[in-house]
Design a protein around this ligand. Structure first.
Ligand code: PFF
Length: 503
């Protein structure tokens, strides 16, 4: 068996599939289409493409290249730049752990819905349209009144979560070789499924009306900061950056493997999938509007509500093939979640632990999966959805973007953007010029800090996030905790070594 130090993806395409798999996730389906609709259709696409080439791809090149250069996961990359910077690599690793703990719970719901689609458990026809909301909140989640009331475990979710983690365990326990092969299969399946779902959706009556909303153009939005905030935050989220995992995947690229081209392919495939998903989402929304005679405002078109309430409504109203469409949609959802979840687990926090402490891969994978599963139990309670939302705001927004900005500054200014560029050019087909230095040193950190300050601090300080009252303060507490844990991890090994030397 290949030890982690020499672990590589067997073929170039395995890396590409794995990286695309990590990027394509729940966010492509429930975040991108909504943002496109909300921020001026094609105008959003303009801001998004600018963000993709000015921030997303350079940032991905940076993470790949740093992992490849040092042949290490994120924390060791930064400790090699300078011992005092190691926490900059732990910060995203801790975030990846926290994200994965709830991301897999969403996958667990998806699995439950795959089975409930077989019987249309929330109801058929107009009854299903009425029943989808209560089914999700009252039956599956059995939601409580707020984050202060946990209300006990929802065992169906626990079981489904356990299954999800067992699958993840078997995918990652032998490292990059198997991850690459599995990614090739599951991503191929995901693309087939999304095309099948689109074919079903666009043939529904009213689909065109929905699509008109999706792509309705309003250029004037480009003048305001909102669309830029939305586009840049979506780029960071969707490309799975700032989560430590891409350093690990970069490290698994063959010695003479390509970096720039792989990053561009990953960015474009991820965006393409999101754009296509919008056709499935908005055709279905158009159909619901037509079938129920309701305006768009009455239909939830983003986030958890889109996947677990609106889509089931669409499925129960469909004139034919509804159970099949439901099963395929939730299967697709679970699959795209899976390839992001094992990325967050293995590349995100396990490779950093293996690298830093020299622990055996089998052990880290086993305990890592188990502990992350146990932390996830919090979200399997009746109050779990509230906590999921609060933690999501903390890590998938604040720490992701802040961590990315800091990492980019350290790479650009301390390690040296020119050194990075030379390494990238030595390995890649597409050569980058000195403009890349400008992107890494200025554009990426400035773009990310703009999002954190404009879309985060300024909004949350004005009005605490999510209407959770005092519980919303957990966001700030958690950011501090992530930081403190990062410092502790940074300093742990030296203590262990000193103790060993002393003996
Ligand atoms: N990029 C994936 C998605 O869009 O769902 C996975 C993901 C990574 C989600 C990082 C959230 C996140 F913060």
């Amino acid at each position: 068996m290949v030890e982690v130090g020499r672990e590589k993806f067997l073929k170039r395409r395995h890396l590409i599939f794995a990286a695309i798999g990590s990027a394509i996730g729940l966010g492509n389906v429930w975040r991108f289409p909504y943002m496109c609709y909300n921020y001026g259709g094609a105008a959003f696409l303009v801001a998004y493409v600018i963000g993709l080439f000015a921030i997303g791809i350079p940032w991905l090149v940076t993470e790949f290249a740093m992992g490849h250069y040092f042949q290490k996961g994120a924390p060791e990359v930064f400790s090699n730049i300078g011992k005092k910077w190691e926490w900059v690599g732990w910060f995203p690793a801790v975030s990846a752990f926290l994200i994965d703990s709830y991301y897999c719970v969403i996958m667990a719901w998806t699995l439950i819905y795959m089975f409930s689609s077989m019987t249309l458990a929330w109801g058929v026809g107009p009854a299903g349209a009425e029943g989808a909301g209560p089914y999700f909140f009252e039956q599956v989640l059995q939601i409580t009144d707020g984050p202060g009331v946990l209300g006990g475990m929802r065992w169906q979710i626990v079981l489904s979560l356990a299954f999800t983690w067992i699958v993840i365990y078997f995918v990652i326990r032998r490292g990059a070789e198997i991850i690459g092969k599995v990614s090739e299969v599951v991503m191929t399946l995901a693309w087939i499924l999304i095309f099948a779902i689109i074919a079903r959706s666009v043939t529904l009556i009213g689909a065109v009306d929905g699509l008109n909303y999706y792509l309705d153009i309003d250029w004037s939005v480009l003048k305001g900061p909102g669309v830029w905030f939305a586009a840049f935050s979506q780029i960071a989220f969707t490309m799975s950056l700032g989560m430590a995992g891409m350093y690990a995947y970069g490290r698994f690229i063959a010695k003479k493997g390509d970096i720039t081209n792989n990053a561009i392919i990953t960015g474009l495939a991820d965006s393409g999938f999101a754009f296509l998903a919008g056709f499935a989402v908005f055709s279905t929304v158009g159909y619901i509007m037509q079938a129920l005679g309701v305006p768009l405002q009455d239909v939830t078109i983003s986030g958890i509500g889109l996947a677990f309430v609106t889509y089931p409504v669409g499925v129960s109203l469909m004139p034919a093939l509804n159970t099949l469409t439901g099963v395929l949609f939730f299967l697709m959802f679970w699959i795209i979640g899976l390839s992001s979840a094992y990325f967050l687990a293995y590349g995100g926090f396990m490779v950093p632990l293996i690298d830093k402490f020299g622990w055996k891969r089998e052990k880290v994978v086993f305990w890592g999966c188990l502990v992350c599963f146990l932390v996830g139990l919090l979200y399997c309670t009746g109050g779990g959805l509230y906590w999921l939302d609060i933690i999501d705001r903390t890590v998938a927004f604040y720490t992701l973007l802040l961590g990315g900005a800091i990492a980019s500054l350290v790479v650009g200014w301390v390690f040296g953007a020119d050194k990075l560029r030379k390494h990238v050019n030595a390995t890649s087909d597409i050569k980058v010029g000195p403009w890349m230095d400008v992107l890494i040193k200025y554009v990426v950190p400035a773009g990310l800090l703009f999002v954190v300050i404009y879309g985060g601090f300024m909004q949350d300080l004005k009005k605490p996030y999510g209407g959770y009252g005092v519980w919303a303060n957990f966001i700030w507490i958690l950011i501090a905790v992530v930081l403190i844990v990062s410092f502790i991890l940074q300093n742990m090994k030296s203590k262990i070594e000193i103790e060993k030397e002393g003996k």
